[in-house]
Design a protein around this ligand. Structure first.
Ligand code: PLP
Length: 359
């Protein structure tokens, strides 16, 4: 059988070793005679899983003690609502509009009547092919936060340096490059990420929030209240137990791989291989500003839309699947998250070389 390399932007491929462990433990977790899916979220077996998952994530990201880690549901999209609801009631909140997901975050913030979202910088006029600059002296210092999308999954751009905020908490949607880029958590007031790219299966959302930003507010619905979730160690209701278990396995795998610094280096090598090929090619081009390129989501185009279509189809026949670009931008997109091996990128570049010669 042809080896399948899955270049999906999410849900994305998981490390093979993780899937094998999950398969071995599927029916009988630690001699309990039960699957993790069947364990009570109040059992000591599950308590060990969620405790270990948090411990490992803290270790991998060097999360300081004054930050809380929450395992929630609702996807990164629910954070578009929870962040302003919890952090910005009665206040202004700044947003950098750097891509389609940032735009959605802004739209959701506008729906909360007590919050005034302000777009501090935007690259929408450039069709999000660049990262806009946002000088700190343009930001009023009494604002609740500045929200950024560290990596724009759809457009394939990423912040290479974080914007200076002058002291306003930085809030980051890190869905598509959490754990694949070596960030210092202390630079952020809050980080959130949907799990389905670098953490585990869909259904789990990770939030890392500095304690001083948590406020008691009994008027917020409990499920949308960070303080309630933190006080209950993410066990206010039934959490996505199986997704948390797989996340724990992914964190163990990443630790074994040498941690975030080591995987960032590996990701640079993978992305470098593909970008170097695109840059020397007379056939494929990259639609985004070179200085703003993402390490994890790499869009590219062939000379015509017909050739794009043919490429996606023939690549799939060679085991290189899910290379179609997002419907809003077209072309192709290769997502190279942590679980994608170098061999997958080598196979892609070899196929691109053949395709270029044939067409
Ligand atoms: N933010 C970013 C940067 C994303 O890439 C995605 C999904 O791909 C989302 C938000 C939405 O995530 P979810 O589907 O978990 O709500």
């Amino acid at each position: 059988m042809t080896t399948i390399y899955n270049f999906s932007a999410g849900p994305a491929m998981l490390p093979h070793e993780v899937l094998l462990t999950a398969q071995n433990e599927l029916l009988n977790y630690q001699n309990s005679g039960m699957s993790v899916m069947e364990l009570s979220h109040r059992s000591s077996l599950f308590d060990d899983i969620i405790t270990d998952a948090e411990k490992l994530l803290r270790e991998l990201m060097a999360i300081p003690d004054n930050y809380r880690v929450l395992f929630l549901q609702g996807g990164a999209s629910l954070q578009f609502t929870m962040v302003p609801l919890n952090l910005a009631a009665g206040r202004t909140a700044y947003y950098i509009n750097s891509g389609s997901w940032a735009k959605k975050a802004i739209a959701e913030a506008h729906k909360i009547s007590s919050v005034t979202p302000v777009v501090a910088a935007s690259s929408e006029e450039q069709r999000f092919t660049t990262i806009p600059s946002c000088p700190a002296d343009t930001l009023a210092q009494d604002a609740a936060y500045l929200h950024i999308t560290t990596n724009n999954t759809i457009e394939g751009t990423a912040f290479q340096t974080l914007p200076e905020t002058g002291g306003i908490p930085l809030v980051a949607d890190m869905s598509s490059n959490i754990l694949s880029n070596d960030y210092d958590v202390r630079d952020f007031g809050l980080i959130y990420a949907g799990a389905q790219k670098n953490i585990g299966p869909a259904g789990l959302t990770v939030v890392i929030v500095r304690e001083d930003l948590l406020q008691k507010n009994d008027t917020l619905p409990a499920m949308l209240n960070y303080t309630v979730q933190a006080e209950n160690r993410s066990l206010y209701n039934t959490p996505p137990t199986y997704s948390i278990y797989i996340a724990k396995l992914v964190f163990e795998w990443l630790k074994e791989k040498g941690g975030v610094q080591a995987i960032t280096e590996a990701n640079r090598r993978k992305a470098g291989l593909l970008y170097d090929y695109i840059d020397q090619s007379d056939f494929f081009t990259s639609p985004v500003n070179k200085a703003d390129r993402s390490l994890t989501n790499i869009p590219f185009i062939a000379p015509t839309a017909e050739l794009d279509q043919l490429f996606v189809k023939e690549a799939a026949q060679h085991g290189l699947v899910n290379l179609k670009g997002h419907r809003s931008v077209g072309g192709m997109r290769a997502s190279l998250y942590n679980a994608m091996p170098l061999a997958g990128v080598e196979a892609l570049v070899a196929f691109m070389t053949d395709f270029e010669h044939t067409h």
